[in-house]
Design a protein around this ligand. Structure first.
Ligand code: FAD
Length: 428
C-alpha cells in the first residue's frame, strides 16, 4: 500500500502528495512568494522576508501547491458548504486523491511518509483559505498519529491506508455533555463482554461528526480507577448497531464544519479495537498526543492572522474616507504596524515550537502556552482588523467577518485557555 510518488527535485525524497498544477489562470495563493526566492530582502514586508525556520524547500513547494488547490477548487464552493453546515463527503475522497491526507503517516501504512511539517502546511493553508470546515487536519495530524504511534501493527494496517485515501473519515470523541475540561470524568462506559466491548454513552461537539465512519471514543473501562480506568476504543460506524448521530450543531463560526452530537447505545466493538491492544492506557495516550493538537491550533491561528492582515492592508489602501485612502490616516498605519508586530512575534514563537517538535523535543507546557497565547493574539488581531473595515467588516461576505467568528473557538477547543495556563503553570 506504500504511496511514495513524485520526487520533487533531484535528490529530494519522494512524497505522496501530488503537486497541483491548476488551470492557467490559477487563483492567487495569498502566499506572495515563489518558493525559491524567499530569502531576498525587499522593501515590502511580506512572508518571503520572514521564512519559517522549520520549512524546507519541499514544505514550501507543497505549500504553494496546496494553496493553489484550495483557492481553485474549494474556495469557490465554500459559501455553499457554509450554508449546508458541512463539507460534502466527496471532498474527503478528493483530498485523498490529491494526496492531502495523512502526510506524516509512514508510507508503509499508505501515508505520505513525510514529517509533521507536511501536515502542518496543509493545516495552515486550509486556515489561510478560510474554508471554515476542513476537518482533514484533525484526521491527518490528530487522529492518524494515535494509530501510528499507539496502535498495534494490526490496527495500523487495518485503518491507516483507508484513512490516507479518504475511504475512512475519522473523528475523536472525548467531550461529553457533562464534561469537557475534566477528561477523567467521562461517563461513556465500555463493558467487557467475551471477545467484545459494549459501549454506552453520549459525546458532543465532535468535529467531523456527520462524515466520520471511524471514531476514536474515549471510554471508561474501569469506573473507579482514575486515569488508569480510561481506554480509547475504535468504532467503525458503517456496521455498528446502536450508534447514532445527533444534531449537526449550529455554531457561531466554522459554519462548514459538521461538529455533532454522537450517541452509543450498546454498541459492540471487538476487543481487538482497544487502541494499543490493552485497556487502561487511554489517558496516557491522550497526554502524549495533546501537545501536537495544541500546536496545530497555534499554526491555524498564525495563518489566519496573516490572512487577516493581508485582507486589511488591501482594503485600507483602496477604501476612501474624507477624500483619501484609510491608509493615509495615522491611526490606520499604527494599528496595522501593531498587527504586523503581533503576527511576526506569534509566528516566531510558533516556528520555535515547530523546530522543537520536529526534533521530538516540544514539551507539553510550551505547546499549551503556544495554543493559549496565539489564540488570544488572534482574537485581538481579528478585532482590530475588522474595525478598519467599518460596516463592511460586519458583513459575512467579507472574509474578515468569517476570520473573526472562526477565531473565537480557538480559545476554547483543544483544551480551554484557562486549562492551558493551569497546565503550563505546573512547570514554572
Ligand atoms: C467547534 C468545536 C469543535 C470541537 N471538537 C471537538 C472534538 O473533535 N472532539 C472532542 O472531544 N471535543 C471537541 N470539542 C470540545 C472542546 O474540546 C471542549 O468544548 C473544551 O475542551 C471545553 O470543554 P467544555 O465545553 O465542557 O467546557 P467546561 O469544561 O465546562 O468549561 C467551562 C469554563 O470553565 C472553565 N474551567 C473549567 N475547569 C477549570 C479549571 N480547572 N480552572 C479554571 N477554569 C476552568 C473553562 O476554561 C471554561 O471557561 C469541540 C468544541 C468546539 C466548540
Amino acid at each position: 500500500m506504500a504511496r511514495r510518488v513524485l520526487p520533487l527535485a533531484p535528490g529530494a525524497m519522494g512524497r505522496a502528495f501530488r503537486l497541483y498544477g491548476g488551470p492557467e489562470n490559477s487563483a492567487p495563493t495569498g502566499l506572495d512568494h515563489a518558493p525559491t526566492t524567499h530569502t531576498k530582502p525587499s522593501r515590502t514586508m511580506s512572508l518571503p522576508q520572514f521564512p519559517s525556520a522549520w520549512m524546507t524547500e519541499e514544505h514550501r513547494t507543497l505549500q504553494d501547491s496546496v494553496a493553489r488547490f484550495f483557492n481553485d477548487r474549494w474556495v469557490p464552493q465554500s459559501a455553499a458548504w457554509r450554508e449546508a453546515g458541512i463539507m460534502p463527503r466527496s471532498t474527503w475522497n478528493e483530498a485523498g486523491a490529491q494526496g492531502l491526507l495523512c502526510l506524516s503517516t509512514p508510507a508503509e501504512y499508505g501515508g505520505g511518509g513525510g514529517d509533521f511539517g507536511h501536515d502542518a502546511v496543509v493545516i495552515m493553508e486550509a486556515s489561510r483559505a478560510n474554508l471554515s470546515g476542513y476537518g482533514g487536519g484533525l484526521h491527518s495530524a490528530i487522529v492518524a498519529p494515535y494509530f501510528f504511534r499507539c496502535g498495534t501493527d494490526e490496527q495500523k494496517q487495518r485503518f491507516l491506508p483507508r484513512m490516507a485515501t479518504g475511504e475512512l473519515v475519522s473523528a475523536i470523541a472525548m467531550t461529553e455533555p457533562g464534561t469537557g475540561s475534566d477528561l477523567q470524568a467521562v461517563r461513556t462506559f465500555a463493558r467487557r463482554d467475551g471477545d467484545h466491548f459494549v459501549i454506552n454513552g453520549a459525546k458532543t461537539f465532535i468535529t467531523n461528526g456527520q462524515n466520520a465512519n471511524l471514531i476514536v471514543v474515549i471510554c471508561k473501562t474501569e469506573r473507579d480507577a482514575g486515569a488508569k480506568g480510561v481506554s480509547l476504543l475504535l468504532v467503525e460506524t458503517d456496521d455498528a448497531p446502536g450508534f447514532r448521530r445527533g444534531r449537526k450543531l449550529d455554531k457561531v463560526g466554522l459554519k462548514a464544519q459538521d461538529t455533532s452530537e454522537l450517541f452509543f447505545d450498546d454498541v459492540r466493538v471487538p476487543a481487538a479495537n482497544v487502541l494499543g491492544g490493552a485497556t487502561g492506557r487511554g489517558f496516557f495516550q491522550l497526554m502524549e498526543q495533546l501537545p501536537q493538537e495544541r500546536l496545530i491550533i497555534a499554526l491555524q491561528g498564525v495563518a489566519a492572522m496573516e490572512r487577516a492582515l493581508q485582507e486589511t492592508l488591501a482594503y485600507v489602501k483602496q477604501r476612501q474616507a474624507f477624500g483619501k485612502p484609510l491608509w493615509d490616516f495615522q491611526n490606520t498605519r499604527f494599528k496595522l504596524a501593531e498587527v504586523q508586530s503581533t503576527v511576526l512575534a506569534t509566528r516566531a514563537f510558533v516556528d520555535a515550537c515547530m523546530v522543537s517538535h520536529l526534533a521530538g523535543e516540544l514539551d507539553a507546557a510550551r505547546a499549551a502556552l503556544a495554543k493559549s497565547w496565539v489564540s488570544e493574539q488572534e482574537g485581538k488581531v481579528m478585532d482590530e482588523c475588522l474595525q478598519l473595515f467599518g460596516g463592511y467588516g460586519y458583513m459575512m461576505e467579507y472574509p474578515i467577518a468569517e476570520l473573526y467568528v472562526n477565531a473565537r473557538v480557538q480559545r476554547i477547543y483543544g483544551g480551554t485557555n484557562e486549562i492551558m495556563k493551569e497546565l503550563a503553570s505546573r512547570y514554572m
